[in-house]
Design a protein around this ligand. Structure first.
Ligand code: RB5
Length: 155
C-alpha cells in the first residue's frame, strides 16, 4: 500500500515535523507528502489551526493519513478529532501505534516533541506505515459504532 500523507505542527513541534517529513519523502511507501505548516520554529500559527487543516484534507480524501506534532501531541489530536470522520490519536510507543491502525483505524497519528525522543518518533513513524486496517476484522464493527455515534451527534 502507498500513502499520501499530510504533515503539520505548531512551533513547538516544528523540528520533529521537518525530520519526519524528510523521512516520509524518502520512504517508498509514501507517494505524496503535503506540508500544512508551520514553516518555521518561530511561526505563530497555533496548533488547532494546523491540526484542523490537516484533518480536513484527510476527511476530504485528499490524503490518506496525517502525522501531526505539537509540544505534547495532545492538542493537535484534540483539534483533529473535531473534524467529522477523523480518528486521531497520540501515541509514543510501538504497541499503541500498531493498535491505533489495526484496532481503531485511526488516520491521524500525533506525537509530542517535548515528550518523545526524535529517534523513537522516527521509528514509530516508520512502523506506522507498515499497518493497514482490515475492514473484515472484529475491530471493524467497533469503529463503525464510533462512526454511528458521531453521525447521530451531528444530526
Ligand atoms: C504550545 O502551545 C503547546 O501548548 C502545544 O504545542 C501543545 O503541546 C498543545 O497541546
Amino acid at each position: 500500500m502507498t500513502f499520501r500523507i499530510v504533515v503539520g505542527s505548531d512551533s513547538a513541534g516544528f523540528e520533529y515535523k521537518e525530520a519526519l517529513k524528510k523521512d516520509l519523502q524518502a520512504d517508498d511507501r509514501v507517494v505524496e507528502v503535503i506540508d500544512v505548516g508551520v514553516q518555521g520554529g518561530d511561526a505563530d500559527t497555533d496548533y488547532p489551526h494546523v491540526a484542523v487543516d490537516a484533518a480536513r484534507r484527510v476527511a476530504a480524501g485528499d490524503a490518506d493519513r496525517a502525522l501531526l506534532v505539537c509540544g505534547t501531541g495532545l492538542g493537535v489530536a484534540i483539534a483533529a478529532n473535531k473534524v467529522p470522520g477523523i480518528r486521531a490519536v497520540t501515541a509514543h510507543d510501538s504497541y499503541s501505534v500498531e493498535r491505533s491502525v489495526l484496532s481503531n483505524n485511526a488516520q491521524v497519528l500525533t506525537m509530542g516533541q517535548r515528550v518523545v525522543g526524535l529517534e523513537l518518533a522516527r521509528k514509530l513513524a516508520r512502523e506506522w506505515l507498515s499497518y493497514e486496517f482490515d475492514d473484515t476484522s472484529k475491530s471493524a464493527d467497533k469503529v463503525a459504532a464510533i462512526t454511528a455515534y458521531e453521525e447521530r451527534a451531528t444530526e
